[in-house]
Ligand binder design. Structure first.
Ligand SMILES: NC(=O)c1ccc[n+]([C@@H]2O[C@H](COP(=O)([O-])OP(=O)(O)OC[C@H]3O[C@@H](n4cnc5c(N)ncnc54)[C@H](O)[C@@H]3O)[C@@H](O)[C@H]2O)c1
Length: 275
């Protein structure tokens, strides 16, 4: 697992919990330890709630080794990348991974909005490069979009699909189109919801009440945006707008202003609601 931030730590947890020896790599020892602490906290909470035994927790944590060097990936069958959402660093990383890993290693990116094909172009073996798009929080949400780039081999796609299934996830196959499946639908839909607030003079409380009680949504759109993070949504929205050019894809001004003001949702303590 390369990158142990919000997503990478969660995916590493999924990996060790499903029995895989897992190498995690951050850019400093401090960030590595932060990730270990996060994973430890989630597993220990599962023990407290009697959803996991102490022995299983200890074994799972024992499968995690941490490093700041990519050389440790030489023996890995599958490498999943979850570093910063920018093309250049991802391409640099994939070129480096190709140098370090075995020729048959599957290289997967957790990108939300970048082209998997463009990331794969940094290597000479695009057939082994795929997307594995987990959802936040990765240990909790079951979906993994297994993304086929134009050159991905059936073997690589099938192996990633089976890996996700064995990890207790619900994988789906999709192609390397902007937003894949869920974000292609959800991002413009959430943007519409936010536009309704101002166009129709509705409060966030009432919008959420309307969508949960009238449309059967498990969570209101404003609560969902606060959970996802306003900055994450705006970034993905801009990328989708750039790729598809539809006005609905562009982030509504209200969200851009919230981002500018540091109202990022749950993580900043303030978004549509206070936390
Ligand atoms: N947060 C989400 O809701 C979400 C959901 C699905 C997919 N994603 C995708 O997952 C990826 C990671 O997102 P995140 O939210 O976990 O980000 P994050 O900022 O929490 O974590 C990124 C980590 O990568 C490390 N990193 C940054 N640049 C690096 C580099 N050049 N080389 C190596 N490591 C580097 C950082 O130290 C950081 O810990 C992105 O591609 C993002 O689009 C995010």
């Amino acid at each position: 697992m390369v990158g142990l931030g919000t997503m990478g730590a969660g995916i590493a947890q999924v990996s060790v919990q499903s029995g895989h020896e897992t190498v995690g790599r951050e850019i400093s020892d401090e960030l590595n330890e932060r990730a270990r602490t996060t994973i430890d906290r989630y597993l220990s909470r599962a023990v407290e709630k009697e959803r996991m035994s102490q022995a299983d927790r200890d074994e799972a944590l024992g499968r995690l080794s941490l490093t700041t060097s990519l050389d440790e990936f030489a023996d890995c069958d599958l490498v999943i990348e979850a570093i910063v959402e920018e093309l250049e660093p991802k391409q640099e990383l994939f070129a480096e991974l190709e140098r370090v890993c075995r020729p048959d290693t599957i290289l997967a990116t957790n990108t939300s909005a970048l082209s998997v094909s463009k990331i794969a172009q940094a290597t000479t073996r695009s057939e082994r490069v795929i997307g594995m798009h987990f959802f936040n929080p990765a240990p909790v949400l079951p979906l993994v979009e297994i993304v086929r780039n134009e050159q991905s081999s059936d073997e690589a796609v099938d192996a990633a699909y089976r890996w996700a299934e064995r990890a207790g996830k619900q994988p789906v196959r999709c192609n390397d189109t902007p937003g894949f499946i869920v974000n292609r639908v959800l991002i413009p839909l959430l943007n519409d919801c936010v536009r309704v607030l101002d166009e129709a003079g509705v409060t966030p409380e009432d919008l959420d009440k309307a969508m949960t009680n009238g449309a059967g949504w498990p969570m209101g759109p404003c609560a969902l945006l606060d959970l996802v993070g306003i900055d994450i949504h705006v970034h993905a929205s801009e990328a989708l707008h750039a790729a598809l050019g539809e006005a609905r894809m562009a982030p509504p001004e209200r969200l851009v202003e919230m981002q500018r003001a540091g109202k990022l949702g749950r993580k900043s303590g303030e978004g549509f609601f206070s936390y």
